[in-house]
Design a protein around this ligand. Sequence first.
Ligand code: TXA
Ligand code: MG
Length: 357
Amino acid sequence: MLEKPSLKTTIRDPGFRRDDDAKNRAVNSSRLVEPTPEALAEAGARVRRGGLVAFPTETVYGLGADATQGLAVAAIYSAKGRPSFNPLIIHVESALNAAQLVTFTPLAERLAEAFWPGPLTLVLPRTLACPVADLAGAGLATLAVRVPAHPVALAFLRAAARPVAAPSANPSGTLSPTRAEHVMAAFDESVVPFVLEGGPGAVGLESTVVDLTEDTPTILRPGGVTREALERIVGGRVRVAHEDPTAPRSPGMLARHYAPGKPVRLNARAVEPDEALLAFGPDAAIPGGVARVNLSPRGDLVEAAAHLFSMMRTLEQTPCRRMAVMPIPDEGLGLAINDRLRRAAHPATEGTDEGGT
Ligand code: TXA
Ligand code: MG
């Protein structure tokens, strides 16, 4: 059956699959590609066209898409079956490229100098002109950036000539892939049609994610660069988020704090005169309101996910008192969309109706 990637078609625990199926897929498929100059050029072109490419890094294999295309980023969440829009790491070829996306502090410059290319991810404020799609950063004002140390990853990023959003190339909740075979076994060709071969990841464990938005740097996720190594460059203490209640929130918590500046009413089947409508699917049956935008007039959840954050921003800026959101099916990317909408609706104490989604 040919269909868009959805949670239903892509969440698979490789453990449930018969071994010989996975092996045949890995051996017989032409989508596992040696990183020749031609293959790297094709990988880059695929990314620029909005496609997904799995690629090796020194930590784990990444599932990459053009970070500037919301629709391409939505396809990553869909393929992985992420239950909510956790922000993604943006991979770039050099610190110079990273500086176009985020604002470096002097400490960030020192850390980049010391550890890039390498398994360190820096969380910094987005620049004003940052072209990365809101969805890739889960609507946050900060962005996680890193320069990977694998030669194939760097050649791929050069060929793509775009910032590449890439989580680990595994279905959400399963083990991270350190070999191309893991990626091949976990995803159907229709979901991940191009896998660059790069051998086993040398680090084999994800990058260390460091938040540099406060005075004291905080490790949000321990990884390939140790706390001690960081402290040597910082010249002082580095906090570890899960050991310190005063440290910045973990990304999941941060995401929960995201809320638009207007109250949000979920499961709207009618619009009040002072509301703005966030529609999904054909919306002609719901007239009225001060403004309306449609996440996907044809009812496509991948398209809706790509538009979610930017359309909420658009409605926030209209003179509405409240946003009314049409029901979104709780399937495929709809799960993540509804998770995000519930979080957005929650802090608005007055007049919200969570509608039991
Ligand atoms: O080694 C790695 O980092 C691999 C390879 C492919 O580069 N990538 C990876 O990505 O592990 P992912 O999406 O599985 O993990 C991203 C981590 C998550 O813990 C996420 O919450 C955090 O980075 N993160 C991303 N953006 C953030 C932000 N703006 N603020 C705080 N944390 C952020
Ligand atoms: Mg992961």
